[in-house]
Design a protein. Structure first.
Length: 748
């Protein structure tokens, strides 16, 4: 160990006390500074354009992907050029000067010389990487950096340094001329770097092999913020192979003939072993996503869908070679392919692969075609959630129809204002549902192909005929999502009562810790704990917000055929407030004489056994509990009585094979409005509700996270300071310090 430390210290001192060190550091920092200022200025321009564009256009802008990642990739290329200049002298200079025979007479083994000199090159590369820290600090002053992404990026650079150092050392051990050593190292590393670009040129599996053998292919995931076992083994394998080859070269140098060849046998066997290890790791990879929002890990929903596939699904993606989204999709597709052997994908360049573009019928870039058997869907630049739902749709062939009841002053699904439901409809559309509005004024019938009927707080009573149509829809196996705010009209109270639910007509108020921590008004129910139910799967750790909510209480004993389960309830520090004046004044106080203390249910999932509830001999029980006015034209009682006489003669439905109907009642409709749907887990919860109602259990899970939004717009002064700092002040300061060290060393 002492010999190893002595060799490493000697080589480090030799490099940093030579005139070469200041020149290499100056060149490195000037080129890195130019890349940095160019990247950050482009990011500023893109941010400015996004902020002046349509709302949400800046959602995909974050400094890790937009600044740190391009900078790190550029630095990797710089190391490819500069590090061979550090390694080229390590053995070549010893040969040329005649010192090699002398130092080889020392009681030090070849592998100690190899490792000691290798560590000296790694130290020089580490100094270059550390010199980038001020640039990262400058970016961090404008927007928070992701520690995990920064760590993996620097780790990837260190792995690249190790490869260049190991093979630079090997080629230096072969020849006595430094220039030749530099060229051999540079050409070899350049071939490794360009191997991925040969994928489109080389045929079949050979092109795939070239891609898997390339440095950028394995380095990119480090830049994204993930550590993948395949990438780690790749870099370590090449490094170890280079070091063993160097040791074999040094050992064989003393011998001749067959004895020389025998020294290469261990290196050859090692290469074979490393190939086997890489194949095994590629077959069973694992990865760690260190991004702050886990955006490069398959979401639980993605994993569920992929693991449920029973047919082969293929994806063709059309993204330009320089499109930054292409790299992110490569990572996501790779992970998806790991989760299911039935998922495959190809990436095409729409500007070069014209035949594939015409074959797929693509008219615009950033298009993705998802196909299974004879079914296919075309998406435009989808996120992970949209893509995996398209995979589910083409694999299953299902596309449920969701109807929104209109005509009673319900929220408008085409309204993009605060109270509108456009966000809800957009989320459902991206999940592959077909959306329709349903107005039953002239024709009180729910379409036979409807899967789910959404009734969101109508302010006007529905008619008796509409009441009958809704009942008939449930009787033939449909699903109902009922969102009712306090003060619901009488017909909605009757509809809820027929399902054994009594509307509280109160306002839930809470003083919970979650409300206090998030600074949320007490009139908003913040749910962080969910009762056990399929709807709530995957919601652990996600908060949902329900403003101005009412309680839902049972009417009495549960009628035969109904199974009610609470899916949402307030916390222990809540109560049902009945004093409306105190609510409007904002000074709400619990009154134990009138108010009811929590926890109180405000979300209920109901499964209806159709045979028992609608057509059984005790069909009148739910009607009696509902206390429906017999003067209402077309009462539910009359409907049930009629259906008992003509069992099985109803409208045919896609749900006729199911023995149950499903209903969800929630004492709030505002949580689905445009102003609230994007709060924390609200959108996920709405989609979970819809997935359960549509009997699509696979889709009930947390969906993929969108990237962080971190637009940065630089002022003129900031642009000048960044330019001077990156291109002049910092490179010259480092060069000056290293020059002073060299001069002082020579004087000593």
């Amino acid at each position: 160990m002492r010999s190893l430390f002595t060799i490493t210290s000697r080589e480090i001192g030799s490099f940093f006390h030579s005139s070469v060190a200041p020149l290499i550091l100056l060149g490195f920092l000037l080129l890195a500074g130019f890349t940095f200022i160019d990247t950050i200025l482009q990011y500023s321009v893109i941010s400015r354009e996004a902020l002046h564009s349509t709302p949400g256009a800046s959602a995909g802008l974050n400094v890790s992907d937009g600044i740190i990642q391009p900078l790190v990739h550029a630095v990797g290329v710089l190391l490819l050029f500069l590090l061979p200049a550090v390694s080229m002298r390590l053995f070549s200079e010893e040969y040329r000067s005649g010192r090699y025979d002398l130092i080889m007479s020392w009681p030090v083994s070849e592998h100690q010389w190899t490792i000691g000199k290798f560590l000296s090159v790694v130290a020089a590369g580490a100094v270059m990487i550390v010199a980038l820290v001020p640039m990262f600090i400058a970016v961090g002053m404008m927007a928070p950096l992701e520690p995990g992404t920064l760590f993996t990026s620097l780790l990837g650079l260190l792995f690249m340094v190790m490869i260049v150092a190991a093979w630079g050392l090997f080629f230096s051990s072969l020849v006595q001329y430094q220039a030749v050593s530099y060229v051999l190292t540079f050409v070899f590393i350049l071939l490794l770097y360009l191997a991925s670009s040969m994928e489109t040129v080389l045929p079949g599996g050979l092109g795939k092999f070239g891609q898997n053998f390339s440095i950028p292919f394995h380095f990119r995931r480090f830049g994204y913020g993930t550590i993948d076992s395949r990438d780690v083994i790749y870099f370590l394998s090449l490094t170890v192979a280079g070091l063993f080859a160097t040791t074999s070269s040094l050992s064989a140098r003393r011998l001749r003939g067959s004895r020389m060849a025998s020294k290469w046998v261990p290196s050859i066997l090692l290469v074979v072993l490393l190939v086997v290890v890489n194949i095994l790791v590629t077959s069973n990879p694992f990865s760690i996503d260190l991004t702050s929002n886990k955006r490069f890990s398959p979401a639980p929903q993605t994993v569920q869908v992929l693991q449920s596939l029973n047919s082969e699904v293929h994806v063709d993606a059309f993204y330009g070679r320089n499109d930054p989204r292409r790299k992110a999709l490569d990572v996501m597709f790779s992970y998806m392919a790991q989760k299911s052997a039935l998922f495959s994908w190809n990436m095409y360049d729409p500007d070069r692969d014209i035949v594939e573009v015409e074959k797929a019928g693509i008219s615009r870039p950033r298009s993705i075609v998802v196909s299974c058997d004879k079914r296919h869907r075309i998406l435009t630049d989808p996120n992970e959630s949209d893509l995996v739902n398209a995979v589910f749709r083409v694999a299953t062939g299902s596309q449920p129809v969701v109807c929104f009841l209109q005509g009673h002053n319900e929220p408008d699904i085409n309204d993009d204002g605060r109270k509108g439901y456009m966000g809800f409809v957009s989320a459902l559309s991206k999940q592959g549902y077909l959306l329709r509005t349903l107005t039953m004024a002239g024709n009180p019938v729910v379409p036979a192909d409807a899967s789910i009927l959404v009734i969101a707080h109508p302010e006007v009573d529905i008619s008796g005929a509409e009441f009958v149509a809704i009942n008939d829809f449930l009787a033939r196996g449909g699903a109902l999502l009922l969102l009712l705010d306090p003060g619901a009209p009488q017909s909605m109270e009757r509809l809820a009562a027929s399902l054994n639910i009594k509307l509280g007509n109160d306002f839930l108020v809470s003083s919970s810790a979650a409300n206090n921590q998030l600074g949320v008004d007490g009139r908003v129910q913040v749910v962080v704990e969910y009762p056990e139910h399929p709807v709530n799967e995957g919601m652990t750790g996600l908060a949902t917000f329900f403003p101005f909510t009412q309680t839902l209480l049972p009417v009495g004993g549960t009628p035969k055929g109904l199974r009610l389960r609470t899916i949402l309830k307030s916390d222990i520090r809540s109560w049902g407030e009945r004093d409306l004046e105190s609510l409007t004044s904002g000074q709400v106080i619990f009154d134990d004489k009138v108010d009811v203390r929590g926890p109180l249910p405000f979300g209920v999932a109901i499964e209806i056994a159709r045979e028992q509830y609608f057509n059984g001999t005790d069909f009148g029980a739910p009607v009696a509990n509902a206390e429906i006015d017999s003067s209402l034209v077309g009462t539910m009682y009359e409907t049930l009585l009629e259906k008992s006489k003509h069992k099985g003669n109803g409208i045919e439905s896609i749900f006729t094979e199911s023995a149950t109907s499903r209903v969800i009642v929630i004492g709030d409709s505002d949580f689905a409005s445009n102003s609230n749907i994007n709060l924390y887990g609200n959108k996920d919860y709405l989609l979970n509700l819809t997935g359960w109602l549509a009997r699509e259990k696979t889709l009930i899970a947390v969906r993929g996270s969108d990237p962080l939004s971190q637009p940065i717009v630089l002022t003129r002064n900031q642009e000048r300071w960044f330019g001077w700092g990156a291109m002049a002040i910092w490179p010259l300061l480092v060069t000056l310090l290293s020059t002073v060290v060299v001069v002082r060393r020579r004087r000593e």
